[in-house]
Design a protein around this ligand. Structure first.
Ligand code: ISE
Length: 333
């Protein structure tokens, strides 16, 4: 029988997942949603058949088979702990939690259950282009990977999206991409900020330019610019010993018309990464049906949080900051 899914937080991403689970995921049924904005939750539940609104997110966790957490990052720690207590598989949107310390507590609590219950929403690992890039780099055809150049731009973001959120909510994706593509930890991070665009609120450092120094000696650079105005763009070029590979060029449909050539730039990540989210959720549902996960782990969420904690410090102090990461073997035995 279908896995009964509950979603906590039905803002942009939660609503997108609700629609995905309700209409495009097999083996799963959306049965409940929870959101502090009751009107928003009710509107969504009414639009999708057979969905109950449960005010208290912790009660929702108790009542469903598996949970998707799409609430703001600051709410994740408590909700994740409740999922662990109830033994419920959970797909948690990034960031896992707000800082390294709270993320490590989640990893330790999961470890105590003896199960893998937490999957982190680093959906890029499921994007067909990123997956092909990973496969190419792992094949060894290009030799060892030396550098990554990344570009990450949003059209605009809400006013609440301050400098630290650019690190924790946007840059965190490249943190995971670098760890995953290099299969290595980030040892040191530097986050630079040029004089900000005039199109953001006072004090917001946008764009930012980050440098990740990997433990094994490779380097990744990242431009994050969340008020780019044009549209949503994510690109990654890997430079290896015998060649380079680039994804995210968005050259799907190239037109030539009226003296111009070009294509479209999507408005946001729900469009660009739509197929990745579909694959991510379907695979998670399949795994959750037998009580587990199939993707980035709580440890990956913790490692990314540790890098972002150092990243926020680098941004504030204007210097490179060493990443403090617990020893995996000590935490996970
Ligand atoms: C957003 O929160 C996301 O997670 C998107 O994937 C990211 O690209 C974007 O920059 C964030 O605003």
């Amino acid at each position: 029988s279908d896995l009964r899914i509950g979603i906590i937080g039905v803002g942009a991403m939660g609503a997108d997942h609700a629609e995905r689970v309700a209409r495009r995921t097999s083996g799963a049924r959306l049965v409940a949603v929870s959101d502090p904005d009751a009107a928003r939750a009710t509107a969504l539940a009414t639009a999708l058949d057979g969905v109950q609104v449960i005010g208290d997110p912790l009660q929702l966790i108790a009542e469903v088979d598996a949970v998707i957490i799409a609430s703001p990052g600051f709410a994740h720690a408590e909700q994740l702990m409740a999922c662990l207590e109830h033994g419920k598989p959970v797909l948690c949107e990034k960031p896992l939690t707000m800082d390294a310390e709270s993320a490590l507590r989640v990893v330790e609590a999961e470890h105590k259950t003896g199960r893998s219950l937490i999957q982190v929403g680093f959906m890029r690992r499921f994007d067909p282009e990123y997956a092909a890039l990973k496969q190419l780099l792992d094949s060894g055809d290009l030799g060892r990977t030396l550098l990554l150049h990344n570009v990450h731009r949003n059209k605009t973001v809400a006013e609440t999206f301050r400098s630290e959120m650019i690190v924790r909510d946007s840059l965190v994706h490249e943190v995971d991409v670098a760890r995953w593509l290099f299969d290595d930890e980030i040892a040191r991070i530097t986050v630079h900020a040029p004089k900000p665009t005039s199109l953001v609120g006072e004090g917001v450092l946008d764009p930012q330019l980050a440098i990740f120094e990997m433990a094994g000696g490779a380097i990744a650079d990242v431009e994050v610019f969340v008020n780019f105005q044009v549209g949503y763009e994510v690109r990654c070029e890997a430079v290896a010993e015998k060649g380079s590979a680039t994804i995210g060029l968005g050259v799907d449909v190239l037109t030539r018309q009226a003296g111009h050539w070009g294509g479209a730039v999507p408005d946001d990540f729900r469009v660009r990464f739509g197929p990745a989210y579909d694959i991510e959720v379907q695979r998670w549902v399949n795994a959750a049906a037998s009580g587990g996960i199939d993707g980035p782990t709580a440890w990956d969420g913790y490692a990314a949080a540790a890098v972002c904690t150092a990243g926020v410090q680098s941004l504030t102090e204007g210097r490179p900051v060493e990443v403090e990461l617990a020893r995996r073997s000590e935490v996970l035995g």
